[in-house]
Design a protein around this ligand. Structure first.
Ligand code: HXC
Length: 517
């Protein structure tokens, strides 16, 4: 005869077994057939082996609507808990599409909220693995309340602990707003999509015919909307990207990012001396400069297919984590436009929130002119970037490689908006505008009245260039701290960021600033 302990133990084991089955073999097979992993398989790719501790495995919903009382699944369609990612504490929730389509209702939301609260109180990141049909239709408004509970906690946690959202299946309706409130979003090509209203509603309302993929697939959000920061060909790759991002960030806003061991070696980078083309109108790829300046293979580009005229991402410099914002002369000449301003501003604020020092590489001809930009609010959106740099209290260093013209010069982390150090290459042109444009305006009458207007223009252009198309006026004012040889850039930056390591700067006390949203 079994003793009482054995039968109690067996009951527990049976419940655990049931919970691990999720929605059952058939639905797991269907999930795999779509090229998707299960909620637990995803967690085991994310967490260090043997470190995951599950919470709330036995939670069930309490609804009786529409026969739900006969469809109870232990865990209620989401696996939650904590564990280690590369040795550091991380909280996770992973929606289980095999259980009622991973749909979210009261109990499911409570589980997510619980780990978000633990993450806030214990200062560690939250990783959300999203794969859900959205609000559980049978539970009605309780499901909407559950989403709102999560959104509220996303906002409370914003800037306190890193929050990452991986979209590994459907994410539709209001459900998209939790990822949108987090720091980084990752999507998988072909199997994940995000939209506020799906193709059917779109067709009814706007008569547009569009597929799910085109409306809200990974490529769309990587190139058109900028909603996703990363895309990956499969789930394992997306999870690796998330782990890489966590490696550049601290656990919370009170800590600094972890610095890796670094042994100093020859820091000269002679290739940089020939990076700028002789013809200053010619493009070059700023990523070559980033890769030369930062530690080998350390650069992780963020939003790489969106607003390509500005490059953002994380890298390491002598083992330390740095955030990089760089104009890209190889795309639209590196001009600042609405999308580039929004992309960079958000990144600057993310770096500042999590104590990641900023390196700015500047080669910018100005803001993009035109009715499209003006009517869509380049004034407000450009101001976002100006605001973000100005309020950032982390160490920030600028290197002007070539053009630094007009308002864009001010915006791109200039000395006057609080850059700690500004270096310039000898090829820099720091002026109100390019020499040709300037000559055409200030010598207009003289040029028009000349026997040979184009010769006069060339003469005046050369005069202006001689006077302004260099870094020495800015250096004379102290706006530029030092004009350096490109090959010395890495050495100078390592030294500068080390010097700034203990920087303390506080903005004036306020409830919060009024960033031009
Ligand atoms: C309850 C749901 C569900 C939901 C899916 N299921 N979505 N159950 N509530 N929202 C169930 C299905 O009944 C099915 O159960 C199982 O999950 C798998 O669904 P399938 O449709 O078979 O899967 P698939 O063909 O892959 O299609 C996935 C899908 C589709 C595109 C997500 O299920 C779908 O369109 N679902 C409804 C989406 C929706 O309208 N959600 C509400 C959005 S509004 P069985 O038992 O057959 O396996 C919203 C508002 C949030 O979310 C507001 C926040 C403020």
């Amino acid at each position: 005869m079994q003793n009482q302990f054995n039968s109690a133990q067996e009951r527990l084991e049976k419940m655990r077994e049931d919970a691990l089955k999720g929605g059952g073999e058939k639905r797991i097979e269907a999930q795999h057939a779509k090229g998707k992993l299960t909620a637990r398989e995803r967690i085991s790719l994310l967490m260090d082996p043997g470190t995951f501790e599950e919470l709330g495995m036995l939670v069930t919903h309490r609804s009786t609507n529409f026969g739900l009382d006969k469809q109870k699944f232990l865990g209620d369609g989401v696996v939650t808990g904590y564990g280690k990612v590369n040795g550091r504490l991380v909280y996770v929730f992973s929606q289980d599409f095999t259980v009622l389509g991973g749909s979210l209702a009261e109990a499911h939301a409570e589980k997510i909220c619980k780990i978000m609260e633990l993450a806030l109180e214990n200062g560690a990141p939250v990783v959300g693995l999203n794969d859900s049909g959205g609000a559980r239709i049978q539970e009605g408004v309780v499901s909407l309340g559950g989403y709102a509970d999560i959104f509220y906690r996303n906002v409370q946690a914003s800037g306190v602990v890193p929050q990452l959202s991986l979209i590994l299946g459907p994410c539709a309706g209001g459900a998209v707003y939790s990822p949108a409130l987090t720091d980084f979003t990752f999507m998988v090509e072909g199997s994940s999509f995000m939209f506020v209203t799906g193709p059917n509603v779109v067709k009814t309302v706007t008569h547009e015919e569009v597929s799910s993929e085109e409306l809200g697939g990974a490529k769309t959000h990587a190139t058109k909307s900028g909603v996703t920061h990363f895309t990956a060909p499969h789930e394992a790759a997306a999870i690796e990207q998330a782990k890489a991002i966590l490696g550049f960030l601290p656990q919370n806003c009170e800590e600094d990012p972890i610095a890796l061991d670094y042994s100093p070696s020859d820091e000269k980078r002679p290739k940089l001396d020939s990076l700028i083309p002789e013809n200053t109108q010619h493009p070059y790829d700023i990523r070559e400069a980033i890769n030369e300046i930062t530690d080998a293979d350390s650069f992780l580009e963020v939003q790489k297919d969106y607003a390509e005229n500005i490059v953002i991402g994380y890298a390491r410099l002598a083992g330390r984590s740095v955030g990089i914002v760089a104009n890209q002369p190889a795309f639209l000449a590196g001009v600042l436009d609405i999308h580039a301003s929004i992309k960079a501003a958000r990144f600057v604020r993310t770096c500042d929130a999590f104590n990641v020092p900023l390196l700015v590489l500047e080669d910018v001809p100005g803001f993009l002119p035109g009715t499209d930009q003006e009517w869509n609010g380049i004034i407000t959106h450009g101001a976002k970037l100006l605001y973000a740099f100005s309020e950032a209290t982390i160490p920030r260093v600028t290197v002007i490689t070539r053009k630094a013209y007009g308002g864009a010069y001010d915006v791109m982390n200039s000395r006057n908006i609080g850059a700690d150090m500004v270096y310039s290459w000898p090829t820099a042109e720091i002026a109100v505008m390019g020499a040709k444009g300037a000559a055409e305006i200030i010598f207009r009458k003289e040029i028009q009245g000349a026997d040979d207007p184009s010769a006069k223009l060339a003469e005046k252009e050369a005069e202006y260039a001689e006077l302004f198309a260099h870094p020495y006026n800015a250096a004379a004012r102290g706006y530029v701290d030092e004009v350096i040889s490109p090959s010395d850039t890495r050495e100078k930056l390592i030294s500068a960021f080390e010097m700034l390591e203990n920087k303390v700067r506080n903005n004036p006390r306020k409830k919060h600033g009024n960033v031009p949203l």
